[in-house]
Write a protein of this length. Structure first.
Length: 174
């Protein structure tokens, strides 16, 4: 059985202190990949082909390349919240902290909410290249199946304007 390093619990506490609703450590074997996530991006996302982190952008890795890269990690944390700006901010801060502690391959993933409207929709130039990261689901991860393993709330929404949404980010650490 895998034993998380003590730093994993420190990351969990830091995430909660920064405003995350939940944060749980994961082992890479608990990340559920499913290439069908790309279908939902292609035929359900207004950012398809526009955002810097979109899987449709030229020169972005393929889903199989993402899966190979991510499979090189052993563990990380999943951050949950009701506001994508907070989950992104927390995941990026945890990535930076992990990097500073010697985990130089730490990498966060979250839905981007840095700009009110993605610059990819207008001039195509990202204003936050150093902070933009791909969404957890856009790299072929089944977020629903992954987070449900941990008892975290997630469901499909009929009316996103009136129903509370759960946003998830992840930081792959080692």
């Amino acid at each position: 059985m895998f034993e998380f390093p003590p730093y994993a619990q420190e990351m969990v506490q830091n995430a909660l202190d920064m405003g995350a609703v939940s944060c749980v450590p994961f082992h890479i074997s608990q990340i559920c990949f499913d290439s069908r996530t790309l279908l939902k991006c292609m035929y359900g996302c207004n950012d398809w082909g526009k955002g810097l982190t979109c899987p449709s952008r030229p020169n972005n890795p393929s889903l199989s390349e993402y899966r190979e890269m991510l499979s090189r990690y052993t563990w990380g944390v999943i951050i949950g919240g009701h506001n994508k700006h907070i989950t992104q901010k927390v995941s990026f801060a945890l990535e930076g902290d992990a990097f500073g502690k010697g985990y130089y391959f730490a990498f966060s993933m979250s839905d981007c909410g840095l700009c009110k409207e993605c610059a990819g929709h207008t001039d195509g130039e990202c204003r936050h290249v150093r902070q933009a990261r791909p969404a957890f689901h856009s790299v072929g991860i089944d977020v629903f199946k992954t987070v449900r393993q941990f008892g975290l709330p997630i469901g499909t929404l009929i009316d996103p304007d009136t129903e509370e949404q759960n946003w998830y980010a992840a930081v792959f650490v080692e």
